[in-house]
Design a protein around this ligand. Sequence first.
Ligand code: AMP
Length: 545
Amino acid sequence: MLGQMQHQPLLISSLLTHAARHHGGTEIVSKTEEGAIHRTTWAEVEHRARKLARVLAGLGVGPSDRVGTLAWNGYRHLEIYYGAPGMGAICHTINPRLHPDDIAYIVNHAGDRVLFVDPSFTGLIGTIAPAIRDHVRAVVMLTAPEHMPALTLPPGMRLLCYDELVAAADGDFAWPKLEEETASSLCYTSGTTGRPKGVLYSHRSTVLHGYAINMTDVLGLRAIDRVLPVVPMFHVNAWGIPYAAAMAGAALVLPGRHLDGASLHGLMNAERVTIATGVPTVWMGLLAHLRATGGRLDTVKVIMTGGSACPPLLLEAFGAEFGVSVEHGWGMTEMSPVGTYNKPKPAHAGLDPAGRLRLGLKQGRILCGLDMKIVDGDGRELPWDGKAFGDLKVRGPWVTEAYFGDAPGSALDAEGWFATGDVATIDPEGFMEITDRSKDVIKSGGEWISSIALENIAVSHPDVAEAAVVAATHAKWDERPVLIVVPRPGRAIDPAAVLAMYQGKVANWWVPDAVVVLDELPHTATGKIQKTVLRDRFRGHLGAG
Ligand code: AMP
């Protein structure tokens, strides 16, 4: 027997109509390219998103067509986040920090019909235009007529002005009642190897993810919050914040391209931000600025960090010096992205400061709706004892089953699990801790050594700014760790002193066999260390292979 409840599809447009109807006057604040502050509301965003749906139809965009964006966090980008999926098209956010060849590849692979572009990426469009002319019919600049840049496009590709198009469009569009499994958005992973791969979200997965991250033991956004997503809207839907904020009726503060410590500090205090989300690099920049200037955070209660491991300094310094709690989450493009979040359980009530720090560095427990497990090299499930580490697998309704263009289910194993590519432990309370990426783990004599554990110890040395540990081929042990370090400005690194840091902290056989000092490390477009480049360079460093 089926239940007798109403069938209402879970649609992205319904989040926006909710925000407009019940929180219509709540602000969306944007820092524009020019640095000025622009203010609008959820009601106005909904009105303009409906006009945008008309604009898209006028440009020949129909159901399932891909609409590309190359844009910072701002209100126009937010309108596309809702307008494109709302009318049945797919919002395809593109990371402008990628190499132009990769961007052209992504645009062509996605088959984008229209590109919506911030004026600061005009040069980039000029570079890639000849390579994308087969698909892209129009480039719409996200600006007012008076700020339109000069740009010559190939024949058949029109240059248009966003504000002009929206101003001229009718506002009578009605959001269609789509199937909830309809594709809504597309985001390519910034993989450190191979070509980027697309993850295609649905209305249903996006809405469920929004509910999940709005639970109190996750981000738990409230109508009284003013949320600053520093994480770019071109990176996995800004971790779902633009959708979760509409559900909660929270205000959004969108920083544009101004992501340095001084700009964020100014925006946080001026706009009374209560919660901010971003990668550790951004928060380290803010911390350095606050310490250098003696600045305070007047209203911020929570800083959420994710995307890469949380440095201990972040947890310690923001709490002790600024009264802000740093919360740690983990996820990936393939998971919409949030998978785990670190909030305590009753078992943690009596922890001392060292214990709280140790706990805070873990990536956290799985969100309700998802499941996870760790397995060894033969696929056997490992115990949740906080010690055994193995490949982390996940499943759930906001986890991908196939990359864009691939056969259904092709990203899953026979039991329907998705291999994250991360290596992790899980403790008896269900707190997961990443110990490595599976391809970064060092396999020494059949045992695994965590490169992340070794890097964390190296960066706790005062002379070390950044560290990476990669496997070098070894005649006897197959692989041994090599530590590569970058000195802090004005400091010199003594390799013996750095190696001494490992005594008593890890088993003797984990200690790196060699230390290499470099001026800088290679990084990916999302700021992660490019281990593949280092691996290729240092594979033969120990004289074997
Ligand atoms: P992306 O799809 O670009 O967001 O990258 C996802 C990957 O980033 C994950 O598979 C992890 O390897 C890494 N990652 C994300 N969050 C964290 C975190 N909190 N700690 C450590 N690694 C993380």
